[in-house]
Write a protein that binds this ligand. Structure first.
Ligand code: HMG
Length: 472
């Protein structure tokens, strides 16, 4: 039997050095205060059955940025909350890495705007010893930043901590099939030695291939997406990264499945990139099916579903594809899959249902979902499958530390309930940049207050209760 890690086994394990691990110490999430429900005005105007959006895609509400918000202001908001929660001073922070694909500038690092905003609070020059760089790799940028920062942190000798911020506005053209998979938000991760939440096992499995599934040519404000192809690229890349991770974990002796066991038996939670919640179901079905093929589960699955279609037994490739799609659908309804999905994957999408895609931070919204629901227990192994179009996937693992049960919660569900619902008309005006006045005047937040004739952006911290309208 594999050494399954459960909530009752709180001993540190895996590939984490006992005395000096690196990983995630805390996280903070910022979500805009406006939302659009998908069922209702939106679904009827677009002529889409609401059941498709809420069940078929899996999103109830899409977060919408107000006129004074962008990827930089949201990043500053999540960093501010992270610093306040952890009583951090700017001087404690060695590096601010930012994962984004919706930065407002083609050259200037988004982190410099963020530092400028934070220095309005902490004092000018207070961040001058922190370096900042932007990681652009579609939705996987933040995860490559995390991998990179983990190596820096391991060698850091001045007692500094690192920060990684994911911040994005996910935007597709109005009336397109991508429209109902939009969203916006930011997640800031505090990276430390001997972290309270998750110690990284430092095993990274990668897969990269040149693809046209999703991209945004220079000057375009919305992404070009080949929707069905993007789903397939995601699944291919995830499987490649999983195999790479599994091979490394076995070679290092960190995960050593015995006869009939599989690698995912050694994971308590599987977190995937969440462009929309149903994608997590497709991804986990593909990974479990692949991983279980040689395991003891395969007999029961074959008994329930019959044999898998084999390409060489079909003369017509289209008939094989149809048989394969049918088998995949039946696999995703099998008892074995439904049990594993409910136990290890389903709860990661709770916040995403209320927010939509936040691109590179989506997988960490999955982590926030588990933390807010107190589903993670010390000693558990979490496996992450990040994906970025273009395309790359990265599969890695971490072990939950004792602090995972004591770090204060963030009240995210409550905050999402307090948001303001906007009309379809306001959403469309904001989407097209035609609404200059904020729907909700900035209040206790960073706000974009102007873009000057050179294109430089100006942000201000608007104090709480200071109800000045945006100057834009
Ligand atoms: P679509 O054509 O709107 O949806 O495309 P569909 O027709 O495939 O239907 C989706 C599901 O709804 C299906 O479920 C339908 O049956 C079901 P399934 O058969 O697969 O189980 N359905 C219904 N369910 C209940 N009641 C009904 C009903 N009708 C249908 N009445 C797509 C969906 C996601 C492709 C589209 O929205 C899109 O292009 N989105 C943007 C791209 C995207 O999110 N791709 C995901 C993978 S790529 C990625 O994750 C990277 C990304 O985050 C960017 C980055 O890396 O930076 C996007």
């Amino acid at each position: 039997m594999p050494v399954l890690i459960s909530s009752t086994e709180a001993t540190p394990k895996g590939n984490v050095p006992a005395n000096e691990s690196v990983g995630i110490d805390d996280l903070a999430v910022y979500v805009p205060r406006l939302f659009l429900p998908l069922a209702g005005e939106f679904s009827s105007n677009r002529g889409i059955d609401p059941g498709k959006l809420v069940k078929g895609i899996g999103i109830d509400r899409m977060a919408v940025v107000d006129a004074h918000e962008d990827a930089a202001s949201m990043a500053a908001m999540s960093l501010l909350e992270l610093m306040r929660r952890n009583r951090l001073c700017p001087e404690d922070i060695g590096k601010v890495y930012v994962g984004t694909e919706s930065a407002p500038d083609e050259a200037k690092a988004l982190g410099t705007y963020v530092i400028g905003m934070l220095e309005q609070i902490y004092g000018r020059g207070s961040f001058q010893e922190a370096s900042t760089v932007e990681f652009k790799a579609a939705c996987i940028g933040t995860t490559f930043a995390l991998e990179s920062q983990s190596y820096w942190l391991a060698g850091e000798e001045e007692g500094k901590v690192g920060v990684i911020i994911a911040s994005d506005v996910a935007k597709y053209p109005l009336f397109s099939a991508g429209e109902y998979t939009q969203g916006a938000g930011s997640v800031a991760l505090l990276m430390k030695k001997n972290p309270r939440l998750l110690a990284l096992e430092q095993i990274y499995g990668t897969f990269t291939r040149d693809e046209n599934d999703f991209f945004r040519p220079m000057g375009c404000t919305t992404a070009v997406v080949n929707g069905k192809h993007s789903n397939q690229c995601y699944l291919d890349a995830m499987q490649g990264a999983f195999d790479s991770f599994a091979g490394k974990a076995k070679r290092k002796g960190v995960i050593t499945p015995g006869t009939g066991e599989s690698v995912t038996d050694f994971a308590d939670h599987l977190l995937f990139h969440i462009p929309y919640p149903r994608m997590v179901e497709y991804a986990s079905a593909a990974i479990f099916r692949h991983d279980w093929r040689e395991s003891r589960r395969s007999t029961g699955i074959e008994r329930e579903l019959g044999p898998e279609p084999v390409a060489r037994e079909f003369d017509d490739p289209q008939k094989y594809q149809a048989a394969e799609a049918d088998y995949a659908r039946r696999f995703s309804r099998s008892q074995e899959f439904l049990q594993a999905f409910a136990a290890k994957v389903r709860d990661t999408a709770i916040l995403s249902r209320q927010i939509g895609n936040i691109y590179t931070g989506s997988i960490y919204l999955g982590l926030a979902s588990l933390l807010e629901m107190q589903k993670i227990h010390a000693g558990q192994r979490l496996c992450f499958g990040a994906y970025g179009s273009g395309c790359s996937a990265l599969f890695f693992s971490a072990i939950a530390q004792a602090g995972v049960e004591s770090v204060p919660l963030r009240g995210l569900m409550q905050r999402l309930e307090e948001r303001k619902q906007i009309s379809l008309q306001d959403y469309e005006l904001l989407h097209e940049g035609k609404k200059k006045e904020s729907v909700l005047a900035p209040n206790g937040e960073f706000a974009l207050v102007g873009i000057d004739e050179q294109g430089y952006r100006h942000y201000e911290y608007v104090k709480a209760m200071d109800m000045r309208a945006s100057k834009r």
